[in-house]
Design a protein around this ligand. Structure first.
Ligand SMILES: NC(=O)c1ccc[n+]([C@@H]2O[C@H](COP(=O)([O-])OP(=O)(O)OC[C@H]3O[C@@H](n4cnc5c(N)ncnc54)[C@H](O)[C@@H]3O)[C@@H](O)[C@H]2O)c1
Length: 337
């Protein structure tokens, strides 16, 4: 069978990860790298793909079936709309946009055209997270009542780069808001958050924060809490708990080495992963594999752009809540066509 042809927009951190996985996938072919920066040329050369600074040549290639939108968040919308117009399936990195209206325009275009459109919520493909999801769905813990998420990055980002990625409440937050909705199987209705710039005061220049506590309320009555920050000094710290009427499931902190030392002086547990990529590397390959299967089968991709829109709606409300210091209702803009 002919491999599924891919183009990747963006040769930065995430573009390089996707390019490597596409090149290694037996049923996919990496045909183009597009980036305004010369780094795209080097990446294309590494994978024997073609390079362009503009989208046009890639979009004109009939053998490109799928485009990965891995460019900076503030240009996603233009790239998604161009891919839809050209009839390509796509994987849009999260967050879809840096505004609710921008995400809405992407979702509308995808729905109108019937485009297969995945969103880069790779954490759903983590085997531990997926096991919790399966158990929740099987009814093991009964009705979901509370969820708690921790996401602490090993080190802070440069404030300008953090802002360009959407700011912490969108960039980091969207992964975890999506997990919460997915696990609770419920729609969000209100968010209340508080944030601070405790690590680098310059984040405030971009209306961003580096430390935040967020409370999300679902239509089901369930509550989710999120503890986010951008500096640990001890590695990538992520875990979540799902509390139900009959029990609790926890996707625990993972260690790269499953060996614990027990000695007279105490017990030594290995440290955490160095960063998010080290922790979640296999999920990017699994996400790609699911997309190739969806494209081959003509099925829609999961998680899709509507999931991205829902997480974006939570993120926008969280940004507003942190800025104004009051709860913000979330209008359902993802279920309606
Ligand atoms: N799913 C995940 O775990 C994950 C991880 C990291 C980043 N991301 C997301 O991926 C996106 C990119 O993040 P990154 O860390 O790779 O950023 P990055 O800055 O490392 O790379 C972005 C690339 O996009 C290119 N670019 C910017 N404007 C462009 C344009 N108009 N046309 C073509 N290329 C353009 C830049 O030159 C750069 O090479 C962001 O939306 C981010 O939130 C997702």
């Amino acid at each position: 069978m002919r491999p599924v042809g891919f183009g990747v927009i963006g040769a930065g951190v995430i573009g390089r990860i996707h390019a490597r996985n596409i090149a290694a996938h037996g049923a996919a072919e990496l045909r183009w790298i597009v980036d305004v920066d010369a780094r795209g040329e080097a990446l294309a050369r590494t994978h024997d793909a073609r390079f362009a600074r503009e989208l046009a040549p890639m979009l004109a290639d009939p053998d490109v079936e799928v485009v990965v939108v891995g460019s900076s968040t503030d240009v996603h919308e233009a790239h998604v709309l161009a891919c839809v117009e050209a009839g390509k399936a796509l994987l849009c990195e999260k967050p879809i946009s840096d505004s609710l209206a921008g995400a809405r325009r992407c979702l509308d275009a995808v729905r109108r055209a019937g485009t297969i459109a995945a969103v880069g919520f790779n954490r759903r493909f983590d085997t531990h997270h997926r096991h919790v999801y399966d158990q929740v769905r099987a009814g093991t813990i009964g009705r979901v009542e509370m969820l708690h998420f921790v996401s602490r990055s090993p080190q802070d980002m440069e404030p300008a780069a953090a802002a360009r990625a959407g700011g912490m409440l969108r960039d980091k937050g969207s992964h975890h808001y999506d997990l919460a909705c997915w696990l609770a199987n419920a729609e969000p209705v209100e968010v209340y958050g508080s944030g601070a710039c405790l690590i680098d005061p310059r984040h405030a220049d971009y209306a961003d924060v580096d430390t935040a506590a967020i409370v999300l309320r679902f239509a089901s009555g369930a509550l989710a809490t999120f503890a986010f920050n951008r500096r640990t000094g001890y590695g990538n710290d992520e875990m979540f708990e799902v509390n139900g009427a009959r029990g609790m499931l926890c996707s625990q902190r993972q260690h790269p080495l499953g060996v614990t030392y027990y000695g007279a002086e105490g017990v030594v547990v290995p440290g955490l992963h160095a960063g998010w990529y080290e922790r979640f590397a296999p999920t990017y390959a699994a996400e790609l594999d699911a997309l190739v299967t969806a494209v081959r089968g003509g099925a829609n991709a999961t998680p899709g752009l509507a999931d991205g829109m829902r997480a974006q709606a939570i993120a926008e409300a969280a940004v507003e809540s942190v800025a104004r210091g009051r709860p913000v209702p979330i209008a359902n803009t993802w279920s309606v066509a």
